[in-house]
Design a binder for this molecule. Structure first.
Ligand code: SF4
Length: 475
């Protein structure tokens, strides 16, 4: 008998979000009453999907790289394909994010009813294991790098346990080669995803990174990352994406790494804090090593909001200078804002507009505060009676592209907030601004232009849904 026939078959599943950059759709349109809108919405969704804004699910890419004798793994990205029911799976692992938990539970229940064993893991399982328990045979709590190897070994030997959990974070200094063998290359705009470390030393109250990955920065060895970049480059020559929440968090590490990457002549983008504007040597090294664009979390330019939400990395007054320095180094910038923080007032949108105009930010991203269950801000808003959905139904807090209000802003009534948010996004995103921003971008001009055009569509959807949500539910 061929060896493959004896192997246990494991499938790792990634679910699409309700509405996001890789497939936005209206959450509030009554499809029966408005077929034309539905048709336009679905067509645009298909076009966006085909233009490949999607990136592979990194956590599943890492887990599918784990090799255990007697087990073979495959990946199903349900943003692009249906669940392969025709194959007899020995185990199906589903990555669960809180915004998509309902969908994950539905699939898990269906699989278990069909006699297939289900393991649930991911951020939602780590934060809310009890809510996942009724839907799974096995739970994996926490970062799964080492736990997954243990689980697959137990699967091969027939000794699976109901819970895999570790009280400490994996040591990322131990080499773990990431492979891309389970990915279908052309589905994604790049398969070159690199993570150099995990953890964040800050404690922004709307974020769960420090809760899930800890406050200590854990880094992989520079040599291992350089080897991985060189190996990935042979398989896919497209752009690299360094997925770390802030690639400049450990400046000495970043300086060593990106100096070593200069000879490889890659193009890359990543995420950084605005502190990079003051890290001159590192900024130059980023530009020299092929950095095209960075996402920076500006979040708020209101000092009262920054301190209310513990966003303390850079003072508000230094932000303009920092953004300008990064752009002057030849790197395009996506600046992410959150409007609706506790210090924000109806004057905040005008301040954001001034900031975008003064800094010539290439892609402004305007988000509404999203209280994710498990975060400090969620608990605080719950205590203050400011959540708009039942706080005990954590699956109601779904991910969307600014398409619904989940809470009441502190200083602005909900209706006035929606009006001001809608006015701000209409002023920022239109065809003229998209063309101008593309032309003025220091690098990746066409990508900047496309992103802005794409946002013009997404923010139209956001305005449409916020209005309907207010009329149908909140008022
Ligand atoms: S928002 Fe960024 S800086 Fe703040 S805790 Fe999260 S990852 Fe860290």
């Amino acid at each position: 008998m061929a060896d493959g026939l004896l192997k246990k078959k494991v499938l790792l599943v990634f679910l699409p979000s309700e509405s996001g950059v890789d497939g936005a759709r209206s959450l509030y349109t009554d499809k029966k009453r408005n077929p034309l809108f539905t048709w336009v919405d679905l067509s645009l969704r298909a076009i966006i999907k085909q233009s490949q804004f999607a990136i592979p699910p990194l956590s599943l890419m890492i887990l599918s790289s784990v090799e255990v004798k007697g087990v073979e793994q495959a990946l199903c990205d349900m943003r692009f394909e249906e669940f392969p029911w025709h194959i007899k799976w020995d185990l199906v692992g589903i990555s669960v994010q809180t915004g998509m938990a309902k969908k994950a539970y539905e699939l898990a229940d269906k699989l278990r009813a069909a006699g297939i064993r289900v393991v649930l893991g991911g951020a939602h399982v780590t934060l809310f294991p009890e809510s996942c328990r009724p839907h799974a045979d096995i739970l994996v709590e926490g970062e799964a790098d080492d736990l997954w190897k243990e689980l697959l070994t137990d699967l091969a030997t027939g000794s699976l346990r109901p819970l895999y959990r570790s009280d400490s974070f994996p040591d990322l200094g131990i080499p773990r080669a990431v492979s891309k063998r389970t990915l279908i290359k052309n589905r994604y705009f790049t398969t070159n995803l690199i993570q150099t470390g995990r953890g964040c030393q800050y404690s922004c109250d709307f974020c769960n990174v420090h809760l899930l990955n800890g406050h200590a920065l854990r880094k992989r060895s520079v040599a291992e990352v350089v080897n991985e970049v060189a190996r990935f480059q042979q398989h896919d020559q497209r752009i690299f994406f360094f997925v770390d929440d802030s690639i400049n968090a450990d400046p000495a590490y970043a300086l060593e790494l990106f100096r070593k990457l200069v000879p490889l002549r890659i193009r890359w983008f990543g995420q950084a804090t605005t502190t990079l504007g003051q890290q001159h040597e590192l900024l130059k090294t980023f530009a020299d090593s092929g950095c095209q664009a960075l996402l920076v979390g500006i979040e708020s330019i209101e000092p009262a909001s920054r301190s209310a939400h513990k966003k303390n990395q850079n003072r508000a007054g230094e932000l303009v200078k920092a953004v300008c320095s990064i752009r002057e180094a030849g790197i395009s910038l996506y600046g992410s804002f959150i409007y609706g923080l506790d210090g924000d007032t109806l004057d905040t949108p005008a301040a954001i507009l001034d900031f975008v105009n003064e800094t010539k930010l290439d892609v402004p991203g305007i988000n509404i505060l999203r209280p994710t269950p498990g975060t400090q801000v969620f608990e605080r808003l719950k205590e203050e009676g400011r959540l708009l959905f039942d706080p005990h139904d954590i699956t109601a807090y779904r991910y969307s592209f600014g398409q619904e209000m989940l809470y009441k802003p502190k200083q602005i009534p909900v209706e006035a907030f929606i009006e001001s948010y809608s006015a701000l996004t209409s002023q920022l995103f239109n065809v003229k601004n998209a063309l101008l921003r593309g032309l003025c971008a220091p690098r990746s001009k066409s990508a900047v232009m496309l992103f802005n055009l794409f946002y013009a569509h997404l923010y139209t959807l956001s305005r449409h849904d916020l209005k309907l949500q207010y009329e149908k539910i909140i008022r």
